[in-house]
Design a protein around this ligand. Structure first.
Ligand code: ATP
Ligand code: MG
Ligand code: MG
Ligand code: MG
Length: 465
């Protein structure tokens, strides 16, 4: 039977029966006794399987002994319990067919050793063949599956929100414009000049920075919904936690306030980490060995710690009283910077923190104004080692207040007519948040740089393939 390496290592057939596995060579070692040990990985699980190749194979001298890292092979043989520790089974090969050779083994970028992450970013198309990126990729998959499972179990419906949009939901001016390449039919103004503002069939459009505004409309019909898709922000910066293209998970719940929103965020994150610990133990063990020693206990602690909830006003007081010298100023009315966020969660409480009720002028127009008239019902979830991973809020459901806030932010009420509609027709309190999927992967895998949390990072200087 043709089986995956994972199935073979798990003993999918009775010992002594024949199996065929297909994959890529990790290492080859020849013994003096005229045997070769070829480790083959197909990415189905962390470990490769050992294929023992006897000299009696027809192509032993010509091919098997020329195998190097990266060659693709089909190996057939009997599955037997392995003598070495760590793996359950190995294959005593009766045939090894080489599907693809590595052109120049000396210059093959993925050698059997630990490479620097910077180097691997340059070969993003080959890095999934390394132990580390195999593990990160499977953990990322596990997280994505758990996201959908959590919401499904909680009665949420998944909504696809548009990638091409005319609205800057965050008002931060970080949008990429969508342009046509139809040179023959470029939109022109009446002087004949190219008019890029009419690119999208006569409209100016952008790549979305958030699906939130659109998902709100579905929330006010299906009550519990979420969107999970790519978002784009022109972050022309070199931080370790920003990408120009990232995925965001945005749930939205009707009949809910900020406290319910924070409860949802906490239950959600804990569910995701439980899934990873239960389903990806082998990959997490490698992460602990290679990336961060306490990778597993960190997630266990996260699951066991109730989140600390601190008002923004209190957070500013704590930061000011800390005596710590920060690079950026701490002042009521200014947004918190990563260093402030990290101090709050790492130094002050040593567990995740939800900062609530930020000054209204530093948060987006759609966030609900509190009765004090100075703060809005916003929350950020801060995780040790990274800072903000979630941003959320209760939304402004009162049309008159929303209109005032839109005017204050210089937004055109007419353009947002559709968004005002669901305040005009049966408005209800509602709330939601956005979790950056790559920040979640960074946190789970203890990575230092978000560029290693997505298969093909898009950042200044990196959008090459
Ligand atoms: P930051 O303060 O880190 O720039 P933000 O406040 O601009 O984040 P939000 O608009 O609140 O971000 O977006 C919600 C979530 O999306 C954030 O909490 C974060 O997890 C994620 N996120 C935002 N910008 C990026 C980015 N450029 N790359 C990756 N993830 C991001
Ligand atoms: Mg930002
Ligand atoms: Mg922020
Ligand atoms: Mg935010």
């Amino acid at each position: 039977a043709v089986v995956s390496v994972q199935q073979a290592l798990g003993g999918v057939v009775a010992p002594g029966e024949e199996v065929t596995v297909r994959g890529w060579v990790r290492t080859r070692r020849d013994s003096k006794a005229g045997l070769s040990f070829v480790n083959v990985s197909d990415g189905s699980c962390f470990a490769p399987i050992q294929v023992v190749a006897p000299a009696s194979l027809g192509n032993y001298e010509d091919e098997v002994r020329r195998l190097s890292a990266g060659c693709s092979v089909v190996a057939t043989g009997t599955l037997v319990p392995s003598q070495g520790q760590g793996q359950g089974f190995e294959i005593q090969a009766s045939a090894i067919e080489v599907l693809g050779w590595v052109e120049d083994p000396e210059t093959y970028p993925i050698q059997p050793k630990a490479h620097s992450l910077e180097f691997l970013r340059e070969v993003a198309h080959l890095r999934p063949r390394t132990n580390l990126f195999g593990a990160v990729t499977r953990i990322r998959h596990c997280l994505a599956q758990a996201v959908h499972r959590f919401f499904h179990e909680q009665g949420f419906y998944w909504i696809s929100t548009p990638i091409i949009t005319t609205s800057d939901a965050e008002g931060a001016g970080q949008m990429f414009r969508v342009s046509t390449l139809d040179m023959a039919n470029l939109p022109r103004d009446n002087k004949g000049e190219v008019d890029f503002s009419k690119d999208f069939f006569g409209k100016e459009t952008f790549l979305t920075v958030s699906g939130q505004l659109n998902v709100e409309a579905y929330c006010l019909a299906l009550s519990k919904v979420y969107t999970f898709g790519p978002t784009f922000r022109a972050e022309n910066s070199h931080t370790t936690r920003h990408l120009a293209e990232f995925w965001m998970i945005e749930p939205e719940i009707a009949f809910a306030d900020l406290a319910a929103n924070a409860d949802l965020a906490e239950a959600f994150l804990k569910y995701l980490f439980e899934a990873v610990l239960a389903e990806r133990a082998d990959d997490m063990a490698f992460i602990a060995e290679r990336v961060q020693k306490d990778a597993v206990t960190r997630l266990e602690n996260f699951i066991d710690s109730p989140f600390e909830r601190i008002d923004y006003t209190e957070a500013v007081r704590l930061l000011k009283d800390s005596g710590h010298k920060f690079d950026y100023p701490v002042e009521w009315g200014l947004d918190l910077q990563t260093e402030h966020e990290r101090w709050l969660t790492e130094v002050h409480v040593g567990r995740p923190v939800v900062v609530m009720n930020y000054p209204e002028q530093i948060k987006a127009f759609y966030m609900r104004l509190n009765d004090d008239g100075k703060t809005c019902a916003a929350m950020d979830v801060l995780a040790p080692g990274i800072g903000e991973i979630i941003g959320g809020s209760q939304r402004e459901e009162r049309l008159d207040v929303l209109d005032k806030r839109m005017a204050q932010f210089g937004l055109d009420a007419e353009h947002y007519g559709w968004y005002r509609d669901f305040r005009r027709y049966g408005s209800v309190p509602h709330a939601g948040f956005g979790l950056g999927f790559e920040r979640l992967v960074v946190y789970t895998c203890g990575l230092a740089n978000i560029r290693d949390a997505i298969p093909y990072p898009r950042a200044p200087g990196l959008a090459t393939f």
